[in-house]
Write a protein of this length. Structure first.
Length: 322
């Protein structure tokens, strides 16, 4: 059996992914990104820890792809076009070279699919669980990044994508929920960053965020950044066919929809717009992505959550790190 790699072996194995000249062949301690006239550089970073953000026994190739996809979702919500990323890995002692090669295969596959190149990073060993982090970089035309803080009272609250597959997918991945075709577990492990929506977002959205911590709390992040409140009608929330089947099996649909809206890991996009129907139509026509107007931004503070007119008072609004 091949000996586990040291740091130099790991960097050498990653070098074929560093195709941009900005990466300097991974021979330096930094990347150098030339300025691009007419564009702003958008940067986002997220980390994942085994047993917290993915299952501890998930294949390393899947972990790598999930890492890239969840980070790229942040760029999607900004209306940005991704081009590169840096990587940090903290490998537990004793992890085999085969696992690390699988991780590289995952990076290579999704790097090609999403047109992003490795720019550099760092690797360390750890006695604790596998921990990985990526910093992603994207371009957006100058002044056109869709921020959280642009919502105004009277604008529509719109969801692009479906809500609930993340939390149901986690249940399926844990074998707590039937998932005959594996669609739900795949939605959890390999979410699709909605990068193809960037044109529609830049044209129609006043503010946006991706739905990583739950629809309600991520919509509330927009409202708080914009100094307004919001109302949300859960019966209007777009859900997938597997989620509809799960809802139909539940004795209390209001409570079940609330669980989907607070579960997180959907990587849909929630946004504010002055013309929700136009944005929904553009997204459905141009990209075939499910979308719906689910509420409105209002004067004041806080969030009002309703199901067919009845106001709900959830114990929690979404995922929070402790």
């Amino acid at each position: 059996m091949r000996e586990p790699p040291d740091e130099l072996d790991w960097i050498a194995a990653l070098r074929p992914l560093a195709t941009s000249s900005s990466a300097l062949g991974l021979m330096d301690d930094a990347a150098v990104v030339p300025s691009r006239p007419g564009y702003d550089l958008v940067i986002s970073e997220d980390a994942m820890v085994a047993g917290v953000h993915f299952l501890a026994d998930d294949d390393a190739e899947i972990v790598a792809r999930r890492l890239l996809r969840t980070n790229l979702s942040d760029l999607a919500a900004k209306g940005a076009e991704p081009f590169g990323y840096t990587l940090m890995t903290a490998w537990p002692s004793g992890r085999s070279w085969a696992e690390q090669e699988a991780f590289i295969r995952g990076l290579a596959a999704d790097g090609e699919d999403f047109c992003v190149t490795l720019l550099g990073g760092d690797t360390v060993s750890t006695p604790g669980p596998l921990t990985v982090s990526a910093t992603v970089f994207g371009w957006v035309p100058t002044g056109r990044a869709v921020r959280r803080s642009g919502a105004r009272p009277g604008q529509d609250l719109v969801v692009l994508g479906v809500i609930g597959d993340g939390v149901l997918g986690l249940m399926a991945a844990r074998r707590e929920l039937a998932d005959p075709d594996g669609a739900l577990a795949r939605a959890y492990r390999l979410p699709e960053p909605l990068l193809e929506l960037r044109g529609a977002l830049r044209a129609h959205a006043a503010a946006a965020a991706d739905v990583s911590d739950g629809l309600i709390v991520d919509a509330l992040h927009i409202a708080e950044a914009s100094h307004c409140g919001l109302s949300l009608d859960l019966e209007r929330m777009p859900v997938s066919a597997p989620a509809r089947r799960w809802l139909a099996s539940q004795p209390d649909e209001a409570a079940a929809r609330l669980a989907l809206a607070t579960g997180g890991d959907d990587y849909a996009i929630v946004c504010a717009t002055g013309d929700g129907p136009a944005l929904v139509a553009a997204v459905e026509a141009e990209c075939g992505t499910a979308a719906a107007v689910v509420g409105a931004f209002e004067a004041g503070r806080g969030v009002a959550i309703r199901f067919h007119g009845t106001e709900l008072k959830p114990a929690r609004l979404g995922w929070r790190h402790r």
